[in-house]
Design a binder for this molecule. Structure first.
Ligand code: PLP
Length: 380
């Protein structure tokens, strides 16, 4: 059976060009980038080329990019690296209620260490309120960490406005851009972003590689102790092949961004219009306008989301009921709760996220199957 993959927010297929670029570094180019002989120097050059490609995608300088093991590590490094640095004044930070667990659970740990955290509300579209942000700032606030775009409902935050406020108040601004990177235009300097997390496997590179951008004027504490890699900020021999893969994925993303965004939007809008033509009773979760191009999240009233996913799987369709990290748990989604969804809609939420390989034909197949499956479940 043909697999129709509509879960590109969970992870993406590795791009062929990325794999080809990585291959030599998994075979003959096995040198350690810290070694001084030729194959070591070639590995170093490959890591630095990749660093430049990451920097080009988000508009920063090459030496402001640190490679990490994943988006989660980037988030941990940003939050702990700022909030636990002795030298930095301030024991308060601000985040939102709809962050990824990589942020929320890091905040919990920090709270255990005496840090005060304010969790901003979001409106029914999943967007924070700027007035609430302004009012939450105190003389003790050291960090604002607000995600660029949400992984479940795709809502895009007013990043430039947040950056402006943080800049005026001399507060460090971090954004988790794991979902946004490669799917939206990002310019960290224009947007006054001080720190940004990204992850390879959401943009056609492998799982287990991430990066953290840190403005060169900002001091942060290293998260790992060990050797001098990544300018003493991330010890451990560099994962050369995956770094090369991430660099190539960023280069492709930069070169194809406009077309990629248009294509995903077209598929997403086609899905919304096709589903609206059916007799299914649905509710769109999140914003229509301020939304990641490839994200759709809809709810079917009084439908069990897990049952729906299993029935879709029988037809070769991969989708999600929430974020991959929380699937398998029976806990309601903290994001859907935060936007005020009632239980009967929360349980029947379906996230469909589009990627390079999807076609309109696939979307038609998805809608046809949704109609049949929902009718069958309702008739039971
Ligand atoms: N932040 C967001 C918004 C995400 O969607 C994810 C992954 O789903 C992460 C962080 C974690 O990234 P990684 O899987 O690379 O650790």
């Amino acid at each position: 059976m043909k697999i129709r993959y509509f879960d590109n927010a969970a992870t993406t297929k590795i791009k062929k060009e990325v794999l080809e670029k990585m291959f030599p570094y998994l075979t003959q180019e096995y040198g350690n980038p810290s070694s001084l002989y030729t194959i070591g120097r070639r590995a170093r050059a490959a890591v630095e080329e990749a660093r430049q490609n990451v920097a080009n995608l988000i508009g920063c300088e090459k030496n402001e990019v640190y490679f990490t093991g994943c988006g989660t590590e980037s988030d941990n490094t940003a939050l702990k690296g700022i909030m636990t640095l002795e030298k930095n004044k301030g024991k308060h930070m601000i985040t939102s209620k709809i962050e990824h667990p990589a942020i929320l659970n890091t905040c919990k740990t920090l709270e255990g260490e005496g840090i005060k955290v304010t969790y901003l509300n979001v409106n029914t579209e999943g967007i924070i309120n700027m007035e609430e942000l302004r009012n939450s700032i105190t003389s003790d606030t050291k960090l604002i960490s607000i995600m660029f775009a949400n992984n479940e409902i795709g809502s895009i935050q007013p990043i430039e406005e947040i950056g402006k406020i943080a800049y005026e108040k001399h507060i460090i601004f971090h954004t988790d851009a794991v979902q946004a990177c490669g799917n939206l235009e990002i310019d960290v300097k224009k947007m006054k972003i001080d720190m940004l997390s990204l992850s390879g496997h959401k943009i056609g590179a492998p799982k287990g590689i991430g990066a953290l951008y840190v403005n060169k004027d900002i001091e942060f504490k290293n998260f790992m102790d060990g050797g001098h890699q990544e300018r003493d900020k991330r010890a451990g021999t560099e994962n050369v092949a995956e770094i090369v893969g991430l660099g190539e994925a960023c280069k492709i993303a930069k070169n194809t961004l406009k077309h990629h965004i248009e294509r995903l939007k077209e598929l997403r809008n086609y899905f919304f219009s096709e589903i609206a033509k059916t007799d299914l009773n649905i509710k769109i979760n999140g914003s229509i306008e301020q939304r990641l191009p490839g994200n759709s999240n809809i709810s079917f009233k009084n439908i069990n989301g897990s049952e729906l996913l299993m029935k879709l799987d029988e037809k070769g369709i991969c989708a999600s009921s929430g974020s991959a990290c929380s699937s398998g748990s029976s806990m309601p989604s903290h994001v859907l709760t935060a936007i005020g969804l009632t239980k009967e809609y929360e349980e029947g939420a379906l996230r469909v996220t589009f990627g390079d390989e999807n076609t309109k034909e696939d979307v038609k197949y998805l809608v046809e199957n949704l109609v049949n499956i929902i009718h069958n479940i309702e008739e039971k």
